[in-house]
Design a protein around this ligand. Structure first.
Ligand SMILES: Cc1cc2nc3c(=O)[nH]c(=O)nc-3n(C[C@H](O)[C@H](O)[C@H](O)COP(=O)(O)OP(=O)(O)OC[C@H]3O[C@@H](n4cnc5c(N)ncnc54)[C@H](O)[C@@H]3O)c2cc1C
Length: 452
């Protein structure tokens, strides 16, 4: 048994990290500030409280979220065990009774003999080994401490996310590669004529936006306005902003288009393409119908939807190590939404990895991360390799993993093959790194070799 390890934040990531550490023999002090200090969204003092939807999305492994769950089950996940105990019928999605779910999380963590729960706000970075998993609503005092360790730009308070599209779903008879003024050809361009542009702007300004809570009201910065807000200022505003056609010639016509939507590469393999300047609060259904009006995007596959939220997240790519620790303190590891993963299960999975790696670091081993053919490995690669200046949170999706050696056009078949490879590689990685599945309490954990 080692000296005590601190886990700060008893949310989804913190509960996972605490149980991973305790099951590896560490004494854990889990510090959770509720109910002494609340957040804008939490309503109870339960651990692992779900602040919004009661769904953890699909369990179908050919869905990226389903594959992430299979990898989490192989490692032992208290979120999935608690979800199994509190499940409600929801087709292929895993949905829960949120009260029962939080009770199961609190019971699993609270009843572990090596975990002590302390209800207090943490206001500074701990000196000893620790996991910091205080989430999108990290308290002010701790945020300030993080900013003084990482620099002011090291912690952002709002995300401004533009949709990301899968390369294979773009129409190559319309979309062309070119950079403005021929400086580079790194962008993909969707050209619009005047009629297409007018119809698009009209649909954009009339589309429904997501209504947030008062505290979620985002102070828009001029350099980063939602595209629908920009369009509402005047029909030509986007054409003088992100949709400006200057320096671009459509190879089909030999002329400059009336407007252009540019796509910027997000990953080295060139599977994920970001709609430049298209951060948006449109509802998901509206994003699909309005953005698919853009020439070349009629059948596009959305890997990430646009959104704008109050959210605390770190500048992972250049301020943290590949396993998420401070650069000069490998035993101080960040986990959960704070690291730039987006979503309940992604946050929990990141907590599992933080627990596993903090145990390794304290035993003098190198941190271990799964290969980028797996969903968790792909997520961590994104955090490390993303452009720090454009870094925005990411949810699990198939664009994150290495492409198959042979291109498969059929989406369903491609995803099935990716899931099969991901699972085999994940289990092989656990074997090679001797990562034992954690007993998360209650029912026997799912064996690493068992398909869920
Ligand atoms: C309003 C809102 C709605 C969301 N809706 C969804 C959704 O529908 N689906 C989805 O997948 N994701 C959603 N998310 C995103 C995200 O997945 C969740 O916030 C998720 O709970 C993140 O897990 P976490 O463990 O990183 O943080 P949390 O679950 O938020 O846990 C962090 C914990 O740290 C505690 N804490 C904070 N500061 C301190 C401190 N200084 N000292 C001690 N404790 C502290 C908090 O009280 C909290 O219990 C939403 C986020 C927000 C803010």
């Amino acid at each position: 048994m080692s000296n005590e390890i601190r886990v700060v934040g008893g949310g989804l990531a913190g509960c996972e990290a605490a149980l991973q550490l305790a099951s590896r023999g560490h004494r854990v002090l889990l510090q959770e500030m509720r109910p002494v200090r609340g957040t804008e969204a939490h309503q109870t003092d339960g651990l692992g409280e779900l602040v919004c939807t009661n769904s953890f999305k699909s369990e179908d492994p050919s869905n990226a979220h389903g594959q992430l769950k299979r990898e989490m089950r192989a490692l032992g996940s208290v979120l999935l065990r608690s979800a199994d105990l509190s499940r409600v019928a929801a087709g292929s999605a895993l949905a829960v009774d949120r009260g029962l779910f939080s009770e199961a999380m609190t019971e699993a963590v609270g009843s572990h003999p090596l975990i002590e729960i302390s209800r207090e706000e943490c206001t500074g970075l701990p000196d000893g080994p620790a996991v910091i998993s205080t989430g999108p609503l990290t308290s002010h005092a701790l945020s300030e401490a993080i900013r003084s360790a990482l620099g002011v730009e090291g912690l952002a308070f709002y995300d401004a996310i533009a949709p990301i599209l899968h390369r294979d779903s773009l129409d190559d008879s319309i979309v062309f590669a070119a950079g403005r003024f021929g400086e580079d050809a790194d962008y993909l361009n969707c050209p619009m004529n005047e009629a297409e542009y007018s119809a698009f702007i009209e649909a954009l300004v009339n589309a429904d936006v997501h209504e947030g809570h008062d505290w979620d009201a985002v102070p828009y910065f001029e350099g980063c306005l939602p595209v629908e807000v920009m369009a509402a200022r005047g029909p030509d505003t986007p054409r003088f902003g992100p949709m400006k056609p200057i320096g671009l010639i459509d190879p089909r016509t030999g002329e400059r288009p009336h407007a252009v939507v540019q796509l910027r590469r997000e990953d080295r393999a060139g599977q994920m393409w970001n709609m430049v300047g298209f951060q948006t609060r449109l509802r998901v259904s509206e994003q699909r119908s309005v953005f698919q009006m853009i020439p070349g995007l009629a059948g596009c596959e959305f890997l990430r939807w646009g959104s704008i939220h109050r959210n605390s997240y770190l500048r992972f790519p250049d301020r943290l190590t590949r396993h998420g620790s401070l650069l000069d303190r490998t035993d101080l590891i960040f986990a959960g939404q704070l690291t730039g993963v987006e979503g309940y299960t992604e946050s929990a999975a990141s907590g599992i990895m933080a627990g596993i790696n903090l145990d390794r670091v304290t035993r003098g081993l190198d941190p271990a991360l799964p290969p980028a053919t797996t969903m968790l490995g792909g997520l961590f690669r994104y955090l490390r390799d993303a452009d720090p200046d454009h870094f925005q949170p990411m949810n699990s999706n198939w664009g994150l993993v290495d492409p198959l050696a042979k291109r498969v056009r059929d989406k369903k078949e491609r995803r099935g093959l990716l899931a099969e490879r991901a699972q085999a590689d994940f289990l092989a990685w656990m074997d090679a790194e001797r990562v034992q599945p954690t007993d998360v309490g209650g029912a026997a954990p799912v064996a690493a070799t068992e398909e869920s």
